[in-house]
Design a protein around this ligand. Sequence first.
Ligand SMILES: [Zn+2]
Ligand SMILES: [Zn+2]
Length: 136
Amino acid sequence: MSDLLERLRGRGWRLTSQRRVVAEVLDGDHVHLTADEVHARAAERLPEISRATVYNTLGEMVLLGEVMEVATDGRAKRYDPNAHRPHQHLVCSRCGTIRDVHPTGDPLADLPAQERFGFTVAAAEVTYRGLCPSCS
Ligand SMILES: [Zn+2]
Ligand SMILES: [Zn+2]
C-alpha cells in the first residue's frame, strides 16, 4: 500500500475505490500534479471517475493535512503528497518541472525580527527558480 493511502487509512478515512485511485495517482516523491492531471491519470484506472469527485477528494485530503496545495506563479494549483516533511520547491521557469528541496537554513529563522512587523509567523515558503537540466 502506498504511503499516502496508509496515512489516509490511519486517519480513519473511508477508502472508496474513487478515493483510493486519487490517492494512488498522487503518491510518490516529487509529485506535484494539477487537479486536471490527477483526474486524467485517475480516469485511466477508473474511467467513470468524474472531475467533481477528484476535486472534492483533493479538497478533503488537503483539509486532513495529508496533501498540500502548491501555488506556482499563475499556473494551476498543484497537489503535493509530501505534506509532513517541511520542504521548499525548485521550479523550472521553462517547463514547469518541480522538485522538492531541503535548504540547509530555516527560511522562517532567516526573517529578522524587525522585518516581521509584529506578525506571529508560522510558516515560510521559498520558491527557487531557474532552468532544469533538460531546459538549460
Ligand atoms: Zn525544464
Ligand atoms: Zn513538494
